[in-house]
Design a binder for this molecule. Structure first.
Ligand code: ASP
Length: 603
C-alpha cells in the first residue's frame, strides 16, 4: 500500500516516484491548488494537487476532509524556495520536499471528529469515550511507543541476564498483598471464587522452589482500591524473582535494568548505582519513605533546643516522648494567609492539631510574625536562628508530635511548600535512590494487630530474625525490604524472602493468622518450604509509573492504551456493565444492587 511512510522522504528522493497512505491531517486550498498534510504514525508529508499535473486528482482533492484515509501516488519534488517565496518548513522533518500527486484514492471517508486532534483537550471523559481517536494524537502515539521500548528493553536485558519470562495464572487465589481482591465466580464450583492476582508473589516464589532460579514477567496485577491519579484497578509490573541472591544482588540487577531502560527508551544515561538511605533516615530527614531530594527544605531537629519552651505545643510533645522538627522555606516569609491556611489544613488532614510557623520578615525577632515567638527565650530564638540559618525573608514551619507522625506531617508540608515556591520549575534532574531497611511490621490500631509493611513473605534483617521466631514483636523489627525511588516517586519495591517453613509460620503468627488458617490458606507455601526451598528474593517495578515518568506525563492514564476513569469505568466500552440474568443464573449468583447508574456502574 505504500513505498514510504510519511516521515521518510528527504531531498535525496527528489524525482522519485512514491506511494503514501495515511490520514489527512489538514487540507488547505490556496487559490485552487489543494495542499494536504498526510499523516501516519511516523510523521507528516505535504502532498500537492495541481490541476496541470493531474486534473482528475485535483478534482477529487476538493472533496477531501480531515481524517479521511487516502492513498496518493506521485513524484517527490523540492519545495519552492526563491526570493520572496519560501514554502519550506523547518519544523517538519520532511519540510524540504513535497509529493506532487498524480493519482489519489479515497480509502475511507471520516465523519467530523468529536474533537480536534491537534489541540490539547481538557475534557478527559470525551478523550476516553473516543480513545481510539485520542490515540491518533502524536503525544499518545509517542507515549505508547515509548511504553513498548521500555518493556522491550526490560525483556532484552533480563533475557541477557538469564531470566526466563514465565506466565502465572490470572484466575488465582486471594493473596494477602494488602488490598481488596477482584473476585471471579466459578461456574463449575458454584459458591467458589477465583481472585485476580494482586501480584504474582506466591507463584514466583514457588517457581524458585521449582528450581527456575531467575524469573520475570510483565505481569498484570489487579487491586480493588479507591483510585487516584497514579492508580488503576489493573496495572502492570515488571515482576522479578531470583534464587541464591542477597539484597545487593537484586539492587545491582535493578540498577542495570533501569540503566538499560532509560538508555533505550529515553536516550538518557543514569548513574550505574544509586545512593541508599535507610527508611529511618528517609523519614527522619524528609518525612517520606520516597523522598524527593531535588530541593532542600531538609528537616532540622529542635527537640533538645525547645524541650523547655513556654509554648506547650513544643515542650508538651517532647515531654511525652515526642520530637520537634522544622524546615526553613527560604525567602517565603511573604506566604499569603490563604497559603498558610492550605498548609495548615494539609497538616491537620495528616493528623496534626495545627501548623506552627514563623514568618521572619526581618533579622530581628520583633519583626518575626508568629503566634508563639514572644513566648520563646532569647536562647531558644538564637538556637533556632543558628540551626535553621534564619535570615530576613524566611518562613519556618514546625511539627511537634511523636517521631513518626511528626515526620510524616512535616514531610507532607515540605512537599506542598516546594510546590507553592515552584522549587522544581525547570528542574530536569533524575534523582534515583534506594530506601532500605523498611520496618517488618506496623501496628494496625483499628484491627488491634500487627500487619506486614511489605507482605508476609518478606524476611526480617538477620539481627531481628530471632525476635520474630520468639514472638518478640515490635515495629522496630526491620525487614530486608527495599524500594527504588525516582524524584519522590516509588518506582518499585521488593524484598529478600523467608524460605524456611518455621520462620514463615512465625511470621503468620505475628500477623495474627492462626495455625489452622495458615494451613488452609498457605499450605502450598508452607509445604513447599519443607522440600529444600532455595534462598530467594525479588522486586517488582510499576511499569505504568515508570513509563509515565519517562514520558514526562503527570498521570498513568496517559501511558495506558485503554485506562479506566476514577470510578473504575471504561467510558468507551462502558464497562463494568450489567450482564444477562442467565449468566448470573449459570453462576448461581443474584445481584442485590439497586438501580444501576447510566453507564452501567453499580450505584
Ligand atoms: N509482589 C510485591 C508487590 O507487588 C513486589 C515484590 O515483593 O516482589 O509489591
Amino acid at each position: 500500500m505504500r513505498t514510504h511512510h510519511c516521515n521518510e522522504i528527504r531531498p535525496s528522493h527528489i524525482g522519485q516516484k512514491a506511494t503514501l497512505i495515511g490520514w489527512i491531517n489538514t487540507v488547505r486550498d490556496q487559490g485552487g491548488v489543494i495542499f494536504v498534510d498526510l499523516r501516519d504514525r511516523e510523521g507528516i508529508t505535504q502532498c500537492v494537487f495541481r490541476p496541470e499535473e493531474s486534473a482528475e486528482a485535483a478534482e477529487i482533492s476538493h472533496k477531501l476532509r480531515s481524517e479521511d484515509v487516502i492513498q496518493v501516488k506521485g513524484i517527490v519534488r523540492e519545495r519552492l524556495k526563491a526570493e520572496g517565496v519560501d514554502t519550506t518548513n523547518d519544523n517538519l522533518e520532511t519540510g524540504q520536499v513535497e509529493i506532487v500527486v498524480a493519482s489519489v484514492t479515497i480509502v475511507n471517508k471520516a465523519e467530523v471528529l468529536p474533537f480536534q486532534l491537534d489541540k490539547e483537550l481538557s475534557n478527559e471523559d470525551l478523550r476516553m469515550k473516543y480513545r481510539y481517536l485520542d490515540i491518533r494524537r502524536p503525544r499518545m502515539t509517542r507515549n505508547l511507543r515509548t511504553r513498548h521500548r521500555v518493556t522491550k528493553s526490560a525483556r532484552d536485558f533480563l533475557d541477557e541476564q538469564g531470566f526466563c519470562e514465565i506466565e502465572t495464572p490470572i484466575l488465582s487465589k486471594s493473596t494477602p498483598e494488602g488490598a481488596r481482591d477482584f473476585l471471579v465466580p466459578s461456574r463449575l464450583q458454584s459458591g467458589h471464587f477465583y481472585a485476580l492476582p494482586q501480584a504474582p508473589q506466591q507463584y514466583k516464589q514457588l517457581l524458585m522452589v521449582g528450581g527456575i532460579e531467575k524469573y520475570f514477567q510483565i505481569a498484570k496485577c489487579f487491586r480493588d482500591e479507591d483510585l487516584r491519579a497514579d492508580r488503576q484497578p489493573e496495572f502492570t509490573q515488571i515482576d522479578i524473582e531470583a534464587s541464591f541472591v542477597n539484597q545487593d544482588d537484586v539492587i545491582g540487577l535493578v540498577e542495570g535494568l533501569l540503566g538499560r531502560i532509560f538508555k533505550e527508551a529515553r536516550d538518557t544515561e543514569i548513574p550505574a548505582s544509586f545512593e541508599r538511605i535507610t527508611w529511618k533516615d528517609a523519614m527522619d530527614q524528609y518525612g517520606s519513605d520516597k523522598p524527593d531530594r531535588r530541593f532542600g527544605l531538609n528537616f532540622v531537629d529542635l527537640t533538645e533546643e525547645l524541650k523547655d519552651c513556654e509554648f506547650r505545643v513544643f515542650s508538651g510533645a517532647v515531654a511525652s516522648g515526642g520530637i520537634v522538627k522544622a524546615i526553613n522555606a527560604k525567602g517565603f516569609a511573604d506566604i499569603s494567609t490563604g497559603q498558610i491556611d492550605k498548609l495548615t489544613k494539609l497538616a491537620q488532614a495528616a493528623g496534626a492539631k495545627g501548623l506552627a510557623y514563623i514568618q521572619a520578615r526581618g533579622e530581628e525577632r520583633d519583626t518575626w510574625r508568629s503566634p508563639f515567638v514572644k513566648r520563646m527565650t532569647d536562647t531558644e530564638v538564637e538556637a533556632l536562628r543558628n540551626k535553621l540559618n534564619i535570615e530576613a525573608g524566611d518562613l519556618i514551619l514546625f511539627a511537634a508530635d511523636q517521631w513518626e507522625p511528626a515526620c510524616d506531617v512535616l514531610g507532607r508540608v515540605r512537599l506542598a511548600c516546594a510546590e507553592m515556591q515552584n522549587l522544581l520549575e525547570g528542574n530536569t534532574e533524575l534523582d534515583f535512590l534506594w530506601v532500605t531497611e523498611f520496618p517488618l511490621l506496623a501496628f494496625d490500631e483499628e484491627e488491634g494487630r500487627y500487619v506486614a509493611v511489605h507482605h508476609p513473605f518478606t524476611r526480617p534483617l538477620k539481627e531481628d530474625e530471632e525476635k520474630l521466631l520468639k514472638g518478640e514483636l515490635s515495629t522496630d523489627l526491620r525487614a530486608q525490604a527495599y524500594d527504588v525511588v525516582l524524584n519522590g516517586n516509588e518506582l518499585g519495591g521488593g524484598s529478600i524472602r523467608i524460605h524456611e517453613a518455621p520462620l514463615q509460620s512465625a511470621m503468620f503468627t505475628a500477623l495474627g493468622i492462626s495455625e489452622e488458617q495458615a494451613q488452609e490458606e498457605f499450605s502450598h507455601i508452607l509445604d513447599a518450604f519443607k522440600f529444600g526451598a532455595p534462598p530467594h528474593g525479588g522486586l517488582a517495578l510499576g511499569l505504568d509509573r515508570l513509563v509515565m515518568l519517562i514520558c514526562g506525563e503527570e498521570s498513568i492514564r496517559e501511558v495506558i492504551a485503554f485506562p479506566k476513569n476514577n470510578k473504575g469505568s471504561d467510558l468507551m466500552s462502558l464497562s463494568p456493565a450489567e450482564v444477562d440474568p442467565k449468566q448470573l443464573r449459570d453462576l448461581r449468583i443474584q445481584s442485590t444492587a439497586k438501580k444501576p447508574t447510566p453507564n452501567g456502574a453499580p450505584a
